[in-house]
Design a protein. Structure first.
Length: 436
């Protein structure tokens, strides 16, 4: 069963911007006319080579075209070309995202435009100019490092926004990670709550199977979310300890566990993974490594190995990107790290294999679900757009709503372009390692 897909909101001539809340969106950056002119030249040349249309002017662009076999292409509409190029000249891709937040450009098919750009990300700037990349990119703020205190603040900035906000676009089980569809959908539309939750449960069940979860299993979950995996593991007869750094998630997860009648088998704690002690038959961590930060990957995998009981299994779900792209962005402050996930970095499969092996863990299973994440994100964005008035009623202003629309579309485009993937992995301790 499907429900109708909402259309994106009409393009507004102006987006009201609170300068105290969004200082870098409210004001145009200071930069030279030469830099802006260079950015304009590079952007125009890049866009001219891509399967995109561009148009200029206020008002709605030609309606609702989507990339397809008929040769139709998405359209990028510049409402304020001068501001658009100025922001890119000053801030590169951060400026590109801030320009969208400010309402200076739109698209008839936002995911389509961003997918084209993601597929051609290495071709947007001519190769001879790659050595000048440092002039357009910024280094990650030191304050965003995932120290024990920094990690809690970084989590707070995203996951403590509002439980009510997340409930508006997630499935009723509040799973904030890729679902697994069977079959993978192709037709448009919003899935019913029951079907979407079933796809999320399918993902959870595959992870619990990888971890060998059953009656009597002592299971540790690193990254609680809102408790759905812990509840489902407890229903299998496992005893679950789950840790989070989000106070909002902690409170709701505890209530959900109690409502499920599982509080005698599930303990939810506000605790950093580095502070966990004990030994566990199974450890599950779903899309947590992306928030750890590259300099702490060693700590993360060392903790997994230390906490794993003899004969135990680790089941991870991780978003990944190609190794070369990971290296190129490792120290770069991006739009995502500035506005959505401070302190994080998506690892490559090679980095996961290297860091886990160094900690004494061996990957024994790997399955890719990138196309499923693209569909998951499409569902989230469609629900978010459908509930825009409810999002506004929670106090989230137009800039925030455009920011989240862009974030969800940007993420979906990453998976549709194969720039991103998501893996389910099983890890076990190397036979040569002594039990921790």
């Amino acid at each position: 069963m499907t429900l109708s897909l909402p259309q994106a909101a009409p393009f507004a001539d102006r987006v009201p911007v609170d300068p105290d809340r969004w200082p870098d969106v409210a004001r145009l950056p200071r930069t030279s006319a030469v830099r802006t002119a260079v950015a304009r030249r590079l952007v125009e040349r890049a866009l001219a080579r891509l399967p995109l249309r561009t148009s200029t002017g206020r008002g709605a662009p030609p309606g609702n075209r989507r990339t397809g076999a008929d040769g139709d292409v998405p359209t990028l509409v510049l409402h304020d070309p001068e501001a658009f190029h100025r922001r890119i000249g000053a801030g590169g891709l951060i400026g590109f995202g801030e320009s969208y937040m400010a309402g200076e450009w739109d698209a008839d098919d936002l995911v389509g435009v961003l997918t084209v750009l993601a597929r051609h990300v290495d071709d947007l700037v001519p190769a001879p100019l790659h050595r000048f990349r440092g002039a357009w990119v910024r280094h990650r703020p030191v304050a965003d490092r995932n120290t024990p205190d920094g990690a809690r603040e970084n989590v707070h900035r995203h996951y403590d926004l509002s439980n009510e906000l997340f409930a508006l676009f997630l499935d009723p089980g509040l799973s904030y990670s890729s679902a697994v569809f069977d079959p993978l959908r192709a037709e448009p539309g919003i899935l019913s709550d029951a079907h979407f939750t079933a796809a999320q449960h399918r993902k959870i069940d595959r992870l619990l199977d990888l971890a060998g979860t059953g009656p009597g299993t002592e299971l540790l979950e690193i990254g609680t979310g809102w408790g759905e995996l812990a509840i489902r593991a407890a229903a299998r007869g496992a005893r679950v300890r789950t840790v989070t750094l989000s106070e909002e998630q902690l409170a709701l997860a505890r209530r959900r566990v109690a409502r499920a009648g599982a509080d005698d088998r599930v303990t939810v704690e506000l605790l950093d993974y580095r502070q966990v002690r004990g030994g566990y038959d199974a450890i599950v961590s779903v899309e947590m490594i992306e928030a750890v930060g590259a300099e702490y990957w060693s700590d993360y995998f060392t903790a997994l190995r230390r906490l794993l009981a003899p004969g135990g299994r680790v089941a991870l779900q991780a978003i990944t990107m190609p190794h070369a792209r990971m290296l190129a962005t490792a120290r770069t402050h991006t739009w995502i790290s500035k506005y959505v996930f401070p302190g994080g970095l998506i690892p490559s499969p090679r980095a996961i294999a290297r860091e886990s092996a160094a900690a004494g863990l061996r990957i024994t299973h790997r399955t890719s679900y990138g196309d499923h994440y693209a569909e998951t994100l499409r569902q989230w964005r469609a629900r978010f757009l459908r509930e825009e008035s409810a999002v506004a009623a929670l106090g989230f202003d137009p800039v925030f709503r455009r920011m989240w629309d862009f974030y969800l579309a940007y993420s979906e485009a990453g998976f549709r372009s194969r720039y991103l993937d998501v893996l389910q992995l099983r890890l076990t301790a190397d036979d040569s390692e002594a039990a921790g």
